[in-house]
Design a protein around this ligand. Structure first.
Ligand code: APR
Length: 249
């Protein structure tokens, strides 16, 4: 195994589950009682922008009530104390990594706390930060148009930060995936890219994910329990600890 310098972490809905934010792929097939096609596609937004706005308004306001759990805190500690490169990529639109103290999370699927001046409606792409329900009449401070929409990457749209993510993956020595089912691309393909670059790949989940075959080892259980111990030992034992996980797998 090569020496671990650069770490790339990918998180999904499972890391926020213990904070009380529901995951996406539940047995009902619904996301917070809505069909994904209605609230998470450009067509759904086109059909009923007010409903979509209100849907994300509710989730945004709810962020005032939710708190990070030990898994988010463990990653904030890793960012602070790891001496090599560290990149955190999240599919989550909540702000629990930031609340825990992570300073640079790439939110590849957007962020509840941001609105974007919608390019397809003649907007300029400017981002505005808010913790409140969206005012549909708000004018863009840059271009003056009133076409802000939730800064959420809908299905069929380009994720945020792909250049930075690809660069980090191609230099990764250790890739860690936490609480993601591995069915939504491009995130589900990151493990293959990291592996192709020679990284050791580990997954943390309640159960093996859809892409489990690409991981060198898996740690199965609640991330709020498994991750703090993992980070603790990674920081104190480094390569030896990762080797021991691989030999147990
Ligand atoms: N600890 C670890 N893993 C957990 C926990 C937990 N406490 N609770 C749930 N999980 C795991 C589940 O086993 C599941 O594999 O988290 C995963 C959540 O999967 P999804 O709900 O599919 O969420 P995610 O993979 O983040 O979804 C990807 O799909 O709808 C889109 O854009 C949305 O970003 C989202 C993307």
């Amino acid at each position: 195994m090569k020496h671990i310098n650069n770490i790339v972490v990918l998180t999904g809905a499972g890391i926020s589950a213990e904070s009380g934010i529901p995951v996406f792929r539940s047995e009902t097939g619904l996301w917070e009682n809505h069909r994904v096609e209605d609230v998470c596609t450009p067509e759904g937004y086109e059909r009923d922008p007010e409903m979509v706005r209100k849907f994300y308004d509710g989730m945004r306001v709810n962020l005032k009530k939710v708190r990070p759990n030990p898994a988010h805190q463990a990653l904030a500690r890793l960012e602070k104390e790891w001496r090599g490169g560290y990149t955190l990529v999240t599919q989550n639109i909540d702000n629990l990594h930031e609340q825990a103290g992570s300073e640079h999370a790439i939110h590849m699927h957007g962020e509840l706390l941001k609105l974007r001046c919608y390019e397809l409606k003649g907007g300029c792409g400017e981002l505005a930060v808010t913790t409140e329900p969206q005012d549909p009449e708000m004018a863009c401070p840059r271009c003056g148009k009133k076409v802000f929409r939730p800064h959420i990457v809908f299905f069929g749209e380009m994720p945020v930060g792909m250049d930075e993510i690809q660069k980090a993956l191609s230099a990764a020595d250790l890739f860690i995936s936490i609480g993601t089912s591995g069915v939504v691309y491009p995130a589900a393909g990151f493990v293959r890219a990291a592996r192709g670059a020679g990284a050791v790949t580990l997954e943390f989940n309640l159960e093996p994910s859809a892409v489990k075959g690409y991981f060198d080892a898996g740690v199965y259980g609640k991330a709020g329990t498994t991750l703090p111990e993992f980070v603790d030992r990674l920081l104190s034992e480094g390569d030896d600890y990762v080797s021991s996980l691989l030999s147990e797998a």
